[in-house]
Design a protein around this ligand. Structure first.
Ligand code: ARG
Length: 464
């Protein structure tokens, strides 16, 4: 039996049902559907479609069904096309005639959209918390790092020494923007489509504003056709997950690189590393690699779903059923990746000595020499040439750069002192830069930004 048996006069072909069945995926919406159905029942009561007694019977039946679903006792039967159909069937078994009134003034189109928005609102907030937790771990590690320094890279070539704290927070600020995007997306998730019906609302005196309030949504839909056909909130969530995934993949790649013997900057904690089935000596950074690998999957979900949406006519089309798999998977995987990287980065041992030795290579102070000349009136382009020639000379003749600088008529011993260990980090003075003073300010600003983001996330859509 289907919901439309009377219309067709025949049973559906089993293959058609196998093709269109979404129960295996959308059963995760069970508690959200039960909640939304409760709000709808109370709305029908206020509209006078259901008596107070019928409302009570249906609310109790929904509660029972919710319990059965949560405990795993709920028995799905063939013909339960999706979780929404299954819940309505079971409510009707329990509540009889009153159950047969549950779907009054409602379509699966607004029902599905409502449950999916409730789900997304909660899980997106959970992802936001996981991203904030990871950012906080980066802050803790940055504070611990004090004046530890490593080479900063461009093109993966050593560029200038930077404080490790500054390096870690460079990843941290990106995560902060991800959380900002989550908060922004949540504003648009936070809209109730309930009452839009199949596409045009209802002739019954239902009140979408009141059901929106009942479900803790910030507002109701403005246009019923848009309400049932709009999956922007899914696409936005997939984008947020994809970009966050890209950030995590960059962080993961760096862990992989820095934990190689060649770099030797990071030593992985055994709890967050994997071994080899064959090579006894191995200690692999699989968590970093998976963070890198999963980004491909997250980007794929976004590209795939945008393609699903492209060119769909108004309003609801069954294509939209394809929203759930990418949405659930992206939220799951992005959240898991944040948590795993947090475990990894919270426990990694930084080899400050190896980092410092690499950061203190004299050539990394080359631009400081050029800026020293600038302060003495030399045009920067000329200064760049003078220092560049000395660096080339030092490599070709295998002569220490500091000695050549000390002997240079344009530079001399005062300039050579700039190449001393740590001198470059101490001299860097621009706001937001990698110098010691700027980084002390940056740490405070980052801590403040994180607590602001945490407060805003908790008071936003995530907790209703
Ligand atoms: N499982 C479907 C979905 O997720 C339910 C909607 C089916 N609606 C319909 N009018 N056939 O979209």
């Amino acid at each position: 039996m289907t919901l439309w048996s009377e219309r067709m006069g025949v049973e559906p072909d089993p293959l058609m049902m196998a093709f269109s069945d979404s129960l295996a995926v959308d059963r995760r919406l069970a508690s959200d559907d039960v909640r939304a159905s409760g709000a709808h029942v109370r709305g029908l009561g206020r509209a006078g479609v259901l008596s107070a007694g019928e409302v009570d019977v249906l609310v109790a039946a929904l509660e029972q069904v919710g319990g059965e679903l949560a405990s795993g006792q709920f028995a799905f039967v063939p013909g339960d096309e999706d979780v929404h159909t299954a819940i309505e069937r079971r409510v009707t078994e329990i509540a009889g005639d009153a159950g047969a009134r549950l779907h009054t003034g409602r379509s699966r189109n607004d029902q599905v959209a409502t449950a999916l928005r409730l789900y997304t609102r909660r899980e997106l907030a959970t992802l936001g918390r996981a991203a904030l937790d990871l950012a906080e771990t980066l802050l803790v590690r940055a504070r611990e790092a004090g004046d530890a320094r490593l080479p900063g890279y461009t093109h993966t070539q050593r560029a200038q020494p930077v404080l490790l704290a500054h390096h870690l927070l460079a990843h941290g600020w990106a995560l902060g923007r991800d959380v900002d995007r989550i908060r922004d997306a949540l504003r648009r998730v936070d809209v109730s489509p309930l009452g839009a019906g199949a596409l045009a609302g209802s002739s019954l005196p239902l009140d979408p504003d009141a059901t929106a309030v009942d479900l803790g949504f910030a507002r109701r839909f403005e246009n019923s056709m848009d309400a049932v056909g709009d999956r922007d909130f899914v696409a936005e969530t997939l984008f947020v997950c994809a970009l966050l995934g890209v950030h995590l993949s960059r962080l993961g790649e760096e862990v992989v690189l820095f934990s190689t013997e060649e770099f030797g900057f990071y030593r992985l904690d055994g709890r967050w590393a994997t071994g080899s089935s064959m090579l006894p000596q191995k200690k692999n950074a699989d968590v970093g690699e998976l963070a890198r690998g999963k980004a491909g999957r997250l980007v794929g979900h976004l590209a795939g779903f945008l393609t699903t949406l492209k060119g769909l006519p108004l309003s609801y089309n069954r294509d939209l059923q394809e929203d759930k798999e990418p949405l659930f998977d992206s939220l799951d995987q992005a959240t898991l990746a944040c948590r795993a990287l947090r475990g990894l980065l919270g426990s990694v041992v930084f080899d400050y000595d190896t980092m410092r030795a690499a950061a203190d290579a004299p050539s990394l102070g080359a631009v400081d020499l050029a800026e020293w000349l600038v302060e003495r009136g030399v045009p920067f382009r000329h200064a760049h040439g003078i220092v560049g020639a000395l660096v080339r000379d030092s490599i070709e003749r295998a002569a220490p750069l500091a000695e050549l600088v000390a002997a240079s008529p344009e530079l001399g011993p005062d300039a050579a002192a700039l190449l001393a260990p740590g001198a470059a980090s101490r001299r860097r003075r621009t706001a937001g830069g990698a110098g010691s003073e700027a980084v002390a300010t940056e740490l405070d600003r980052f801590a403040h930004a994180l607590s602001e983001a945490r407060r805003a996330l908790e008071e936003g859509a995530g907790i209703r």
